[in-house]
Design a protein around this ligand. Structure first.
Ligand code: 6PG
Length: 478
């Protein structure tokens, strides 16, 4: 029996994707560096579909129908290169190598170019939804050549999550586009998680609401415009009580957030693109500060807070909900704006309506909101920023008074809300008629003759600061 797809790397994500493929009727060849994992998977789940057991990559390749489809699910970085290097000599023109891990898009671009020279397709695929999603239907963001999608797309669409009956899988663009889109998804995920954390902290520290009660609040919020997977699981996390101590689970967990790198990559890439993803960046930095245990301990002893004693305003819980909504919207707006900049830089035809649409189900940032975001980017008059889409301009405007009250209260009480406050600053910076950037331009011109433009005359100018301060026409040097 020849297999339709091979999967190498059978840790939980690879194993679950292989099982998902088999459950959907595909014959799946299995390979793992140590055959014990393959045998364990077959022993436990071998009856879920048609699997072909292989011990070597050569056997895996030999078991596949052509063009061959080999899905790699190993740790991002050097392990991917190691598997690709072993696979390539075994493959033939037209075969497809699929990297479904969280690889950096620049690595994917490099690998795609190298394999294309050999007549092979290399497809970087973003897969979101964690272990459960991989098994039951993830959101899938494939890149690579359009041609490869003909042979691969139907399979991926079949195993993907469905939203309103549509697959949450679509070809997003050439070479590294799939991994780029997945990376930005993760950046938004970081910000989304952090804003929920900030809401929790405010409700607890400012309003004194204990986790169990907060769990009910989050469950309630999950019924409205905030409805999303992350709000839903937050309700579960807050309701959980530690069996050992009887304390709320969140009180026994060390408050240092881990990170594997995709949030950081989003911010690094955004800096290269000049894309202002301030909320996403603050969420990455918030994880960084949380992990600086030593400095936090010293700061608690040495740095003064001078918190004001402010009354928590009536309706504070609803205010926090609205601030959370507005900040969350800004995170999505920033992530999507970054995708727009990347599309220009890398020549990708990223369709923001399609991308928002395939985040509607299966992935970690799935949210009711994404249906409206999809609608906002459909049609010819696409907004330059998500916040300008009439529906969102209206809903965020409605939240602004509460958002300002919440940030002001947090600042007075000394409760850090980096994403709430930076998102509000982003919103205000966009709206503001004059920004202090004019002062910065003046400084740059004074110390470095970096030149400036005028509001009233075309051209580039420099003031002779060290002489008579007359203005001369200059060549733009920045
Ligand atoms: C997903 C998740 C997944 C993974 C994160 C975790 O979309 O399924 O994003 O890819 O859980 O990368 O990232 P951190 O460990 O950096 O929080």
């Amino acid at each position: 029996m020849s297999a339709q797809i091979g999967v190498t790397g059978l840790a939980v994500m690879g194993a679950n994707l292989a099982r998902n493929l088999a459950r959907n009727g595909y014959t799946v060849a299995l390979h793992n560096r140590s055959v014990e994992k393959t045998d364990a998977l077959l022993a436990k789940h071998g009856d879920e579909g048609d699997f072909v057991r292989t011990e070597t990559l050569q056997e895996l390749v030999d078991s596949l129908e052509k063009p061959r489809r080999v899905l790699i699910m190993v740790k991002a970085g050097a392990p991917v290169d190691a598997v690709v290097d072993q696979l390539v000599p075994l493959l033939e023109e037209g075969d497809i190598v699929i990297d479904a891990g969280n690889s950096h898009y620049a690595d994917t671009r490099r690998r795609e170019a190298a394999l294309a020279e050999k007549g092979l397709h290399f497809v970087g695929v973003g897969v979101s939804g964690g272990e459960e999603g991989a098994l039951n239907g993830p959101s899938i963001m494939p890149g690579g050549s359009k041609k490869s999608y003909e042979a691969l797309g139907p399979m991926l669409e079949k195993i993907s999550a469905k939203a309103d009956g549509e697959p949450c899988c679509a070809w997003v663009g050439t070479d590294g586009a799939g991994h780029f889109v997945k990376m930005v998804h993760n950046g938004i995920e970081y910000a989304d998680m952090q804003v929920i954390g900030e809401a929790y902290d405010l409700l607890r520290s400012a309003a004194g609401i204990e986790p169990a009660e907060q769990s009910e609040i989050f469950a309630e919020w999950n019924k409205g415009e905030l409805s999303s997977f992350l709000i839903e699981i937050t309700a579960q996390v807050l309701a959980h009580v530690d069996a050992k101590t009887g304390k709320p689970f969140v009180d026994v967990v060390v408050d240092a957030a881990g990170q594997k790198g995709t949030g950081r990559w989003t911010v690094q890439s955004a800096l290269d693109l000049g894309s202002p993803v301030s909320g996403i960046a603050e969420s990455v930095f918030a994880r960084g500060i949380s992990s600086q245990a030593e400095q936090r301990a010293i700061a608690q002893e040495t740095l003064a807070g001078h918190e004001a004693s402010v009354e928590v305003p009536d309706g504070f819980v609803e205010d926090v909900r609205q601030a959370l909504y507005a900040s969350k919207l800004v995170s999505y707006a920033q992530g999507l704006d970054m995708l727009g900049s990347a599309a220009k830089e890398y020549g990708w035809d990223l369709k923001l309506d399609e991308i928002a649409s395939l985040w509607r189900a299966g992935c970690i940032i799935r949210a009711a909101l994404l249906k409206d975001i999809t609608a906002a980017y459909k049609g010819d008059s696409k907004p330059a920023n998500l916040l300008f889409a009439p529906a969102f301009a209206e809903s965020i405007a409605a939240a602004v008074p509460a958002w300002r009250r919440v940030v002001a209260t947090a600042v007075q009480l000394g409760i850090p809300v980096p994403v709430f406050s930076s998102s509000l600053a982003y919103y205000d910076a966009l709206r503001r008629k004059r920004l202090p950037a004019a002062v910065v331009q003046g400084q740059r011109d004074l110390f470095g003759a970096h030149t400036y433009q005028r509001v009233d005359t075309e051209g580039t100018f420099h003031t002779l600061w060290g002489e008579d301060r007359s203005e001369i026409s200059a060549v733009d040097t920045h």
